[in-house]
Ligand binder design. Sequence first.
Ligand SMILES: [Zn+2]
Length: 484
Amino acid sequence: MTESLPAAGGTSDPTSTSDALRSAVEAAFPATIADLTRLVKIPSVSWAAFDDAHVEASAEAVAELVRGLGVFDLVEIRRAAIGEGEGEGEGEDAPLGKPAVVARRAARNGRPTVLLYAHHDVQPPGEDSDWESAPFEPTLRGDRLYGRGAADDKAGVMAHIGAIRALTEVLGADFDLGIALFIEGEEESGSLSFANFLHENRELLEADAIVVADSGNWDLETPALTVALRGAVAFRMRVSTLGHASHSGMFGGAVPDAMLAAIQLLATLHDADGSVAVDGLTSADLETPAYDEAKLRAETGLLDGVTPIGRGEILSRIWAQPAITVTGIDAPTVANASNTLVPSVAVRVSARVAPGQRDVDALAAIRSHLEAHVPFGAKLEFDAVELGNPFLVDTSGWAVAESNAAMAEAWGKEPVEIGVGGSIPFIAELVAEFPAAQILVTGVEDPDSRAHSPNESLHLGVFQRALLSEALFLARLDARSEDS
Ligand SMILES: [Zn+2]
């Protein structure tokens, strides 16, 4: 296989390096899929109710693959404490986060260092009966590999490993590019030790550019760079109107029950067309690709005759505007619904924050709105707050330009800049710890990957193109001098 490739380290012709990388990725692809399959078989669910041993086994398996690359000065499995604290010096019995794999090789000759991020933990599989093939028995059907984590994000892990393998195959292990690797083990359970981990491993992870391989592509033929992510704010609100329950026939009509107060209050969060009606929540100004109502209807299962909500371009509503959803109400069930005035009701409110606004400011705006609109002087209490900042990429840096060029070359098509309605709060933490680094959010998913759902899958063509993009990107950075 090596005879068709240029001698290690011996090529300076960018075209031949590209061709050689393409051949190397292609030749190694079956082995890459075999490695991915082994990783997917490990049920590394990071949620508290699941066995930690699987996450440990998964970290071991990833570390083994990374050691096998032979290009790192250090490869280790590390954990950090969960919680506020400054990390070191915290109580020794502070609970630890899940195991992450870290690795680093130093840059030489003025080359940049790139940090490659992915996560090896997965979402719970849900009911086996909802899957066409067992979630942890990776199965190939057509062009897709099915299994929990086959896309999110074990394919992200393998994209990094496969790209470094191809680079080493073509340039030899003695290249100049600095690479740091961070394969997290708790992304799906809230990245609880993430901030401490970054802080404690700052020197290992510091880089000029960070590739977060945990997002998706526009479609099977079009690569994407994720440039906007909404933030998330969620909280529990208790609405109380009465000291105790009463017979609704005796007092109904004279005093408000908590359900009435909660329903009236929650109804003020949106206008008649379903747009968010909270003063102080801001929107971002983002250009969005075309996306029509028929597609929205098909992708969401919107029932015939039911209208979409919100204003403006559809993708702007999802990527650039705030959203508020009531995701749960603790109240008597219908089966237990006696004729009673309910004294107190708890509600879960989950909001998405547009890029450009801080999570704490969005939370403050929503709270002020609720306090200003509460009917009948009902009492409100707030707790169980969760926060996550949104993220907007500065696309003017050299890393974005190199990444776009690499994607265009690998896919034969220019990438589109996309937003994501969901949130990846750890990205804001990365920015906070490494404010000077350029952040690239890439990924191996496509619109049919169904991450987090039954029948999650990876499209092998998309995966190969994403892997080649990353290999080309690394080669471009390795050829970059300090002043270019
Ligand atoms: Zn993920």
